[in-house]
Design a protein around this ligand. Structure first.
Ligand SMILES: CC(C)(COP(=O)(O)OP(=O)(O)OC[C@H]1O[C@@H](n2cnc3c(N)ncnc32)[C@H](O)[C@@H]1OP(=O)(O)O)[C@@H](O)C(=O)NCCC(=O)NCCS
Length: 221
């Protein structure tokens, strides 16, 4: 079930001179699908950052959001009714032994870049994943993407290696660089991850959002 609006959000000032410029981070809802599809579409159409070729429709995006929210976090940064960016985690591989491992994804609307939204969204996502009991997060970065690499480095991700010529898009082959962040000490056996549909209603999730709101972009970790 999607998160209920109002139970899991916080507000903090954005680094802008505009007087109405505050933004919130909260769990995504299916009703964000149109705005999220609109943010994502230009990256699909004009770049190889995503290996999708056709931008997903609003209906497809709504399905992705609702399926993800059953198990994994999908967070949005928004101002009023506007969505400025989003970050989510998904299953790294389907087979059961992978269930403590996630892939992470983040997109911020081009007009809202370099305001600290990406870093705060990502930190809130990683805190949430730790709270749910996941073990490690992987990011796949299509090269070149210096902004994404800097962001992942600053969050503690470590470079694993490069798959060369792994995707063909916009008339040429592209490399993907793999990055990993450990989320917990490897202890055997681990507890089962808490599904996000449960975790979203816990005080721990509310605390993640409050904690991020307090330190914002000044957080050391
Ligand atoms: C990567 C992305 C999510 C960053 O979001 P953002 O809100 O602009 O990032 P922030 O303002 O929070 O910046 C956080 C840090 O990331 C790094 N960074 C972000 N954009 C950068 C850029 N264009 N060049 C170099 N470093 C950059 C910097 O270290 C920055 O810290 P600083 O501002 O203190 O120098 C955003 O550029 C984006 O959506 N890009 C397109 C989609 C994408 O590439 N997603 C990742 C796929 S792997």
């Amino acid at each position: 079930m999607p998160a209920k609006r109002g139970t899991t959000q916080w507000t903090r000032p954005i680094r802008s001179k505009r007087s109405d410029s505050t933004w919130t981070i909260r769990a995504a809802e299916e009703s964000d699908a149109g705005a999220i599809a609109t943010i994502y579409a230009p990256y699909v159409q004009s770049t190889a950052i995503s290996f999708e070729i056709e931008p997903p429709t609003m209906e497809t995006m709504a399905l992705r959001i609702s399926r993800t929210l059953e198990t994994h976090p999908w967070l949005v940064a928004g101002r009023g009714g506007e969505v400025l960016g989003y970050a989510y985690a998904s299953t790294h591989r389907e087979r059961a032994a992978y269930r403590w491992t996630v892939d992470t994804t983040i997109y911020v609307a081009a007009a809202a870049h370099r305001r600290g939204i990406g870093r705060v969204l990502y930190r809130a996502l990683l805190d949430t994943l730790r709270g749910q009991g996941f073990q490690s997060a992987f990011a796949e970065i299509v090269l070149p993407n210096p902004g994404s690499i800097r962001l992942h480095e600053s969050l503690g991700f470590k470079r694993i290696g490069v798959h060369e010529d792994i995707g063909f898009k916009l008339g040429r082959w592209h490399d993907i660089e793999y990055w990993k962040l450990g989320l917990a000490d490897a202890s055997a056996p681990p507890s089962e991850p808490v599904p996000f549909s449960t975790y979203v209603r816990t005080p721990a999730f509310a605390a993640v959002l409050v904690q991020r709101s307090q330190c914002g972009n000044r957080c050391k970790t």
